[in-house]
Write a protein that binds this ligand. Structure first.
Ligand SMILES: [Zn+2]
Length: 274
């Protein structure tokens, strides 16, 4: 598990001054390098490849095509209301079917540009998207973050990991943790068994499919005890995957489990294919 470096700062030593100067030189080098790179490879929109002014951004048109979430949203599922229920308001779903996790937050609803970014990250080998998407998530989830929060991605089964070569949720979790200055651990939560793809399964079939599908790494169970956990995934659909993860984390003594995803499905069109 990766710990945060805690440094006691006293006075600036000569060594640090040299390091600072070296750092400024390397920064100047980076800026010059960036300018050179922009000449050769001008920055492109993350979604449509149109020219943009700064790298890691969307063009104006795609930006408008993102269904960004903004208050007021359901206090539990983070889904938008069709009309304002005020702060702390609950959606019908949260009242009828309260989630086992505490709160969920997302950057946007799972449609339009947000959906294509999620699919590109996962299936088109656009791992570079994890950087901007993770930064937006850290921003969207700032109310879920406490200094002692432990960031944990929803894991992939090792067979799926072998097929895809990377876990998109772990890529996002790494960026969220770095941006928020939090501990993260991509190895703590594991798949206990392979599950069917969730696509095409109804809500109760999805729950059965992921029941008992997760476990904590043997011997590491106490890492979660007494800590708030922030679970990271790319999309929140029915919530059955994160619910199964939440149960494992709570059993191990997590004081709270919140969920931060890039997108949240607002109807049944979303799919949780892993
Ligand atoms: Zn664009």
């Amino acid at each position: 598990m990766m710990g945060k470096a805690v440094m006691a700062r006293t006075s600036i030593s000569g060594f640090e001054k040299v390091q600072f100067r070296a750092g400024m030189l390397s920064l100047a080098g980076k800026v010059a390098g960036r300018a050179m790179l922009d000449l050769v490879l001008p920055p492109r929109c993350l979604a449509c490849q149109a020219r943009v002014a700064t790298p890691g951004n969307l063009c104006g048109r795609c930006w408008q095509g993102m269904a960004y979430l903004a208050a007021p949203v359901c206090a539990r599922y983070g889904t938008p209301f069709s009309h304002d229920l005020g702060e702390g308001g609950l959606s019908a779903r949260a009242i009828m079917d309260p989630p086992v996790f505490d709160k969920a937050s997302a950057v946007a609803t799972y449609q339009g540009i947000a959906r294509s970014l999620v699919l590109s990250l996962k299936f088109n080998r656009r791992r570079d998207l994890a950087e901007p998407m993770g930064s937006w998530m850290a921003q969207a989830g700032r109310e879920l973050i406490m200094p002692e929060t432990l960031v944990i991605p929803v894991p992939l089964h090792r067979f799926r990991l072998w097929q895809r070569r990377f876990n998109q949720s772990a890529d996002l979790a790494r960026v969220v943790a770095r941006e928020a200055g939090l501990d993260w651990d991509p190895m703590l939560l594991q798949r206990a068994r392979r599950t069917r793809q969730q696509v095409g399964l109804d809500s109760s079939a999805r729950q059965t499919n992921v029941r008992g599908a997760f476990k904590l790494r043997n011997g590491w169970e106490n890492q979660v005890h007494g800590r708030p956990v922030l679970l990271i995934d790319d999309v929140l659909t029915t919530g059955s995957t994160v619910a199964a993860c939440t149960k494992v984390l709570r059993k191990a003594g997590a004081v709270s489990v919140d969920v931060l995803t890039f997108a949240v499905a607002v109807n049944e069109d979303g799919h949780e294919d892993r």
